[in-house]
Design a protein around this ligand. Structure first.
Ligand code: ATP
Length: 237
């Protein structure tokens, strides 16, 4: 069964003017999909509508077969949909450790939970006492993803993974996401400007232009035809 089903989703910022129209997106457990498209295509808006931060104007979203209510971010998290926003939303004056601890409600098992994150991102272990605001960009992104993982996502949504990061760091983070998808069946929806890095890690890709999905296929099909995305941009306008 699919872990994420998004069917005919419309969403927008002003009533009656949807900037996303008829979005269909389906993901199996352990699959990584990337959302590609020019600036303003609606990629961030789609992540916001999936995670409940923005109400939907139409359409259905289900995680593991259970309906995710429109415009209800808490319920979306309880359903297993967790967003890493593009600003990473860390508590900058709290330490790495405190940021992680805040994501684990129960005291019992907190250390073991933190260890699962620190085993995935060993460089954070050396930075536990450092304020999040003083971490490097790559460490901040690792912390933001680590904190999201502590909420046991079935579907992890990541906006602008590589914003401000060197490609080698992006690669390292993508490798962790691939491992999490493989080992734990976590599905990932990734918004990423570096098309080649994203396609190398992803199983599927969707191209958004002007709020519509204009092309959608296995990532390998896009990798084999480098001009296909460009054609989708031009054709979808
Ligand atoms: P980018 O790569 O530039 O972030 P994107 O594909 O993520 O692009 P969105 O940010 O989702 O695109 O924007 C989609 C459309 O919604 C754009 O026309 C944008 O101007 C509009 N938009 C985005 N945020 C808001 C907002 N808070 N209020 C009103 N309109 C918005």
């Amino acid at each position: 069964m699919s872990v994420l089903e998004c069917v005919k989703l419309d969403a927008g910022y002003s009533k009656g003017i949807p900037c996303l129209r008829g979005i269909d997106l389906t993901l199996d457990p352990g699959q990584i999909t990337c959302l590609l498209g020019p600036n303003g295509a609606g990629k961030t808006t789609l992540l916001m509508a999936l995670s409940g931060l923005l109400p939907r104007a139409a359409g259905e979203v289900r995680v593991d077969g259970h309906a995710v209510a429109s415009g209800n971010p808490r319920q979306a998290v309880r359903s297993g949909m967790v967003l890493v926003p593009d600003d990473r939303a860390l508590f900058r004056l709290l330490s790495t450790e405190q940021n992680l601890k805040l994501a684990v409600r129960e005291r019992a098992g907190r250390r073991a939970a933190l260890d699962t994150v620190l085993d995935r991102f060993p460089s954070l272990r050396r930075r536990l006492k450092v304020d999040a605001g003083r971490l490097s960009g790559g460490e901040q992104q690792m912390l933001a993803i680590g904190r999201a993982i502590l909420q046991h996502p079935k579907v992890l949504l990541i906006d602008e993974l590589s914003m401000g990061l060197a490609p080698v760091i992006v690669d390292e983070i993508l490798e962790v996401l691939v491992a999490l998808a493989r080992d734990e069946g976590m599905a990932v929806v990734l918004v990423e400007q570096h098309v080649h890095l994203a396609l190398a890690a992803a199983d599927r890709a969707s191209v958004l232009v002007h709020g519509r999905v204009v092309d959608q296929d296995d990532a390998s099909a896009f990798r084999a035809d480098p001009q296909r995305i460009e054609r989708a941009y031009l054709g979808g306008g």
